[in-house]
Design a protein around this ligand. Structure first.
Ligand code: MN3
Length: 204
């Protein structure tokens, strides 16, 4: 059975950038529903119940056709949100340092240009989805986006190290239709220490 992970910070800890009510509904309702619906879909898949979620997302074809879509959508919802909360934190933001900053500057020219490209990926994802910074198979860094709850955790050899949820449920209460303002504000709550840790692990 998959479980809703507890946050390591309070719902109001990311204010004013992400408000407490949004966090409460996002984690306590939306994320919780993905967990419940994933578990429900897995009820009919006894062989997959104990499979690690990242492996399951990489091998969706092992699920029966009847459950595959539910597992793809809800499993993606679970793994994406599990990950999202870990790269956020109170009193964070600023810039990355060391090897990660060097890699960002090498790939994108500067940290500011990287931010611009990442925000652009968030803005141009039509409808609901996510923007990502990943370490691709061959190394380096790449920005991408996925629709709905699709996830780069499904791609073999790809390591996600940063993401922004651009579903309206992630920002609508505080930002209404202003996704661009939310994406700009997001930088104030990025936990670069965690992102750097993931980057380091991905390079091994
Ligand atoms: Mn969400």
């Amino acid at each position: 059975m998959h479980k809703l992970p507890e946050l390591t910070y309070a719902y109001n800890a990311l204010e004013p950038h992400i408000d407490a009510r949004t966090m409460e509904i996002h984690h306590g309702k939306h994320h919780a529903a993905y967990v419940a619906n994933l578990n429900k879909a897995l009820e009919n898949e006894p062989d997959l119940k104990d499979m690690d979620l990242a492996s399951l997302m990489k091998h969706l074809s092992v699920a029966s056709e009847a459950n595959r879509n539910a597992i793809r959508n809800n499993g993606g919802g679970v793994i994406n949100h599990n990950f999202f909360w870990t790269i956020l934190g109170p009193g964070k933001g600023g810039k990355p340092a060391g090897e990660l900053l060097a890699a960002i500057e090498k790939e994108f020219g500067s940290f500011e240009k990287f931010q611009e490209k990442f925000e652009n990926a968030a803005m141009t994802r039509f409808g609901s989805g996510w923007a990502w910074l990943c370490v691709p198979k061959g190394g380096g860094l790449a920005i991408s986006s996925t629709p709905n709850q699709d996830t780069p955790f499904s791609d073999d050899g790809v390591t996600p190290i940063l993401t922004i949820d651009v579903w309206e449920h992630a920002y609508y209460l505080n930002y209404q239709n202003r996704r661009a303002d939310y994406a700009k504000s997001f930088w104030n709550v990025v936990n670069w220490d965690e992102v750097a840790k993931l980057f380091k692990a991905a390079k091994k």
